[in-house]
Design a binder for this molecule. Structure first.
Ligand code: UD1
Ligand code: UDP
Length: 363
């Protein structure tokens, strides 16, 4: 069987986490691969730390595009990726998720007639305010191979008549989480981290939640009404908005919410495991809570989700962002927890399935 030459593109924290099992599987099989980091995420705690925690070698190339408007980020990465693709001449370009890095790589590849393979294809929030919704739709329609995590996402892609081939593989985040959780358990302890007996773990970074002062202060006000203390590893985007809106100092003084810097993957896994429940607007966390080794309850501070499977499995409840409503919904959810069914995102073998398919296509 011929080995495909795979060009893996990553740009942000979740892409490093979700591509890691594919990169490991390439290494194990001896599949030629090249890893390009666009540099959209660049802070040590958003990038290098994850290579370390996930036992990944440094990327072959980092474009260092950094922060900027959507067009600036997409355009810089598009030009940089094209240059590398012309040099490397891969058989396939592998992208994951819905960030600006994903759209840039998909565009650069199709314009050079190199097939695009999209990991986590077919997710839809139907919320057109979200940059991620634009990126994932455009990428799905530019892809030759679409790796849908579930039958539901496959159906969405079929209904949209994408021209590429669709395969249901599960989500690679389950592969990563299941393989790393035993390491996290050995490495951390409650006393090291000075954790309260009971706490909620919070993440918050979606542009539509944190970029508007009124929305962000409403969310914080609602969170302060909850009974449970909160640990909040805050995304740099959120820190910068809190600072710009003059809200950071007040939050740092709050006895209810402990705001900390973003933490590495292993430490975050430990926090998720120890938390009584999770409050988030993250995409990846909605999947991770369904993993068999975690099996947690998550309340999603959004008005929509592109992960309905996690709602149906009983792990996720979308509670909105209205400060007068979401704290009551969280309380109700905690008082009447739903029965949590098995993980809808696969059995931790998504990376194996994806590489098997790519190898077969290369024959
Ligand atoms: C991006 C993705 C989002 C994903 C998230 C994962 C897009 C459109 N958005 O959002 O889908 O959920 O990554 O975390 O691609 N910053 C730093 N250091 C960093 C990275 C960012 O300080 O390493 C700060 C900068 O102030 C920057 C801001 O965070 O302006 C936003 O970063 P950016 O990459 O543009 O978007 P994210 O909100 O991270
Ligand atoms: N995560 C982490 N440290 C943190 C916060 C999150 O390791 O301080 C991990 C989390 O386990 C998940 C991923 O980062 O796998 C989610 O990334 P993020 O919420 O930034 O992006 P999204 O999934 O919403 O695109």
């Amino acid at each position: 069987m011929a080995e495909p030459d795979i060009f893996v593109v990553i740009g942000t924290r979740p892409e490093i986490i979700k591509m890691a099992p594919i990169i490991h599987e390439c290494r194990k099989r001896g599949t030629p691969h090249y890893v390009l980091h666009t540099g959209q995420h660049y802070s040590r705690k958003m990038s290098q730390e994850f290579f370390k925690d996930l036992d990944l070698a440094a990327p072959d190339k980092n474009l260092n595009i950094g922060s900027g408007s959507h067009s600036t980020q997409t355009a810089k990465a598009l030009v940089g990726i094209e240059k590398e693709l012309i040099q490397e001449k891969p058989d396939v370009v592998l992208v994951q998720g819905d960030t600006n890095a994903v759209l840039s790589a998909a565009l650069a590849a199709v314009k050079l007639n190199i097939p695009v393979a999209h990991v986590e294809a077919g997710l839809r929030s139907y919320d057109v305010r979200m940059p991620e919704e634009h990126n994932r739709r455009l990428t799905d329609h530019a892809s030759a191979y679409l790796f849908a995590p579930t039958e539901n996402s496959k159906r969405i892609l079929e209904d949209e008549s994408v021209w590429g081939e669709i395969f249901v593989t599960g989500n690679t985040v389950i592969d990563t989480l299941e393989s790393r959780i035993p390491i996290a358990q050995k490495r951390f302890s409650n006393s090291d981290m000075n954790l309260p007996d009971e706490f909620a773990l919070l993440t918050l970074h979606r542009a539509e939640n944190v970029d508007d002062k009124e929305i962000l202060s409403g969310i914080i006000e609602g969170l302060l009404r909850l009974e449970t203390p909160i640990i909040f590893p805050a995304h740099p985007r959120t820190i910068s908005r809190l600072r710009a809106f003059d809200m950071l100092l007040k939050l740092e003084d709050s006895p209810k919410i402990r705001i900390i810097e973003p933490v590495g993957y292993l430490q975050f896994l430990y926090l998720m495991e120890e938390a009584s429940f999770i409050i988030t607007d993250s995409g990846g966390l909605q999947e991770e809570v369904t993993a068999p080794s975690l099996n947690k309850q998550a309340f999603v501070l959004r008005t929509s989700t592109e992960r309905p499977e996690a709602v149906n499995s009983g792990h996720v409840m979308v509670v909105g962002i209205d400060k007068d409503v979401f704290p009551k919904r969280i309380k109700k959810g905690l008082d009447n927890p739903k029965k949590r069914r098995s993980c809808p995102y696969g059995d931790g073998t998504a990376a194996i399935k994806i590489l098997d398919i790519l190898e077969k296509k290369q024959k």
